[in-house]
Design a protein around this ligand. Structure first.
Ligand code: MN
Length: 427
């Protein structure tokens, strides 16, 4: 952990320039009248995005891993890493856990460590996409959708066990992503696979405490390449509607075919009151799990534009959305990548807050396509970096989180402490 004096010293070289830029932008925004700098900074400080425990090490690809050393070897070390991220940006106050990779051995110690760092567990994620050494039945041909009742029962029990771990740690969100599907035409009966999945999810939903949310994630392909049992938001939505109000759709930005209009999906799900959560990442082709906003920053802005629009619309009855990052790294230092992802998320959110919404609504009503598009572009093209930096500073963090992380030589310290060959649990 860094002392507040140390953070103050790290910010010192940047303060004068930051204050100049922030004051200038404040005047520009006052003239536009859509939103004030202070108001946006306040919103940014409120916005928190959960860090996935599995992205603190090098996830790699199926072709290999190129780790940079010093990966967290336990849940305690993962919490330590997220605590540093939260100290630097004030925007990462939660961790998504993966079961069985992050099963807590000492719950009281975990709770104590979380409280000391101002963190909490935002969700538990089940894993039926691979076999664990001790399990009785294989998931080779599916889990919740398996043709074998004993396999389905085992997968249901695992999900219920995840909820139990989550209860111990104080979270109220359970995320289900299914790898189930088929690789060849005719391999799987589509309707029956869906029915079996629905029944398995209903059994898990039965065990869900009344104040919990169950998030159902979809994905069009991979690891199965001919069909996935839950390939799209429509299937997720249908399943959630069949389960009950506590079931919500989770949108993972990388889980769409190229050029899918994700912002429209976001708008639709909010209309139905069924947008439960986000997995942020960057995508060029598919589930690439790259830095959020690195490839398509305009798309990320348009997604936040929908979120802000819905938040300001009293007719929208969508519950609070769980914001999470879901990424995998092989090129960058994972902690730097997560700082960059959070920075890009806050940048897109800030720009969406600057949209002149009454003017946009009027342009849409008048079918003025040129003006409507221009109003979005006007907000998107404003350089909001001073607002994001000010949010970091007001939260007691670093004006430039990645620069501060490098300046203190954090990765070298982790390698000294944990070893060059340390591998994150689960990876
Ligand atoms: Mn995901």
């Amino acid at each position: 952990m860094l002392s507040s004096q140390h953070l103050h010293d790290l910010n010192a070289p940047f303060v004068a320039n930051h204050e100049f830029q922030y004051a200038h932008l404040g005047e520009v925004l006052d003239q536009r009248e859509a939103a004030s700098a202070a108001g946006v900074v306040e919103e940014l400080r409120r916005f928190q995005v959960a860090i996935p425990s599995w992205a603190l090490g090098t996830g790699g690809t199926r072709f290999g891993r190129f780790p940079g050393g010093g990966e967290p070897r336990s849940l305690a070390e993962k919490i330590t890493d997220v605590a540093l991220l939260h100290q630097l940006n004030g925007s990462s106050n939660a961790i998504s856990l993966h079961i069985p990779w992050d099963i807590p051995t000492d719950v009281a110690a975990v709770q104590q460590q979380l409280a000391a760092a101002g963190l909490h567990i935002d969700s538990v994620n089940s894993n039926t996409f691979q076999d664990q050494s001790a399990q009785a039945h294989s998931y080779k041909f599916g889990s919740l959708a398996s043709t074998e009742a004993a396999v389905r029962a085992q997968a249901v029990q695992h999900n219920i066990a995840c909820i139990g771990y989550g209860q111990q740690l104080g979270t109220k969100v359970h995320t289900v992503w299914l790898a189930d599907g088929s690789n060849f035409p005719g391999q799987q009966h589509f309707r029956r696979a869906y029915q079996r999945t629905q029944e398995s999810l209903a059994a898990i939903y039965e065990a869900l405490p009344s104040d919990w949310t169950m998030l159902v994630e979809y994905k069009p392909y991979e690891p199965n390449f001919y069909s996935m049992v839950i390939p799209d938001w429509g299937t997720s939505l249908a399943l959630c509607q069949s389960l009950g109000r506590q079931a919500q759709v989770l949108v993972d930005l990388g889980h769409h075919l190229p050029n899918t209009n994700i912002e429209q999906i976001v708008g639709r799900l909010q209309h139905f009151g069924r947008l439960g959560g986000f997995h942020f990442n960057g995508s060029m082709y598919g589930d690439d799990d790259l830095t959020t906003g690195s490839i398509k920053p305009f798309q990320l802005f348009l997604i936040f534009n929908e979120l802000v629009d819905s938040a300001q619309d009293a007719t929208v009855r969508n519950p609070a959305v769980a914001y999470m990052i879901d990424a995998s790294h092989n090129t960058k230092d994972p902690l730097e990548d997560l700082l960059q992802s959070t920075d890009n998320i806050l940048t897109a959110y800030a720009k969406a807050l600057l949209v002149d919404r009454p003017a946009l609504a009027a342009a849409q009503e008048a079918n003025d396509a040129a003006l409507a598009e221009d109003l979005l572009r006007d907000a998107f093209l404003i350089d909001v970096r001073p607002l994001v930096a000010e949010a970091y500073r007001q939260s007691g963090g670093a004006l430039r989180p990645v620069a501060a992380y490098r300046q203190v030589g954090h990765r070298a310290g982790l390698i000294d402490q944990r070893g060059r060959l340390a591998v994150a649990t689960g990876l």
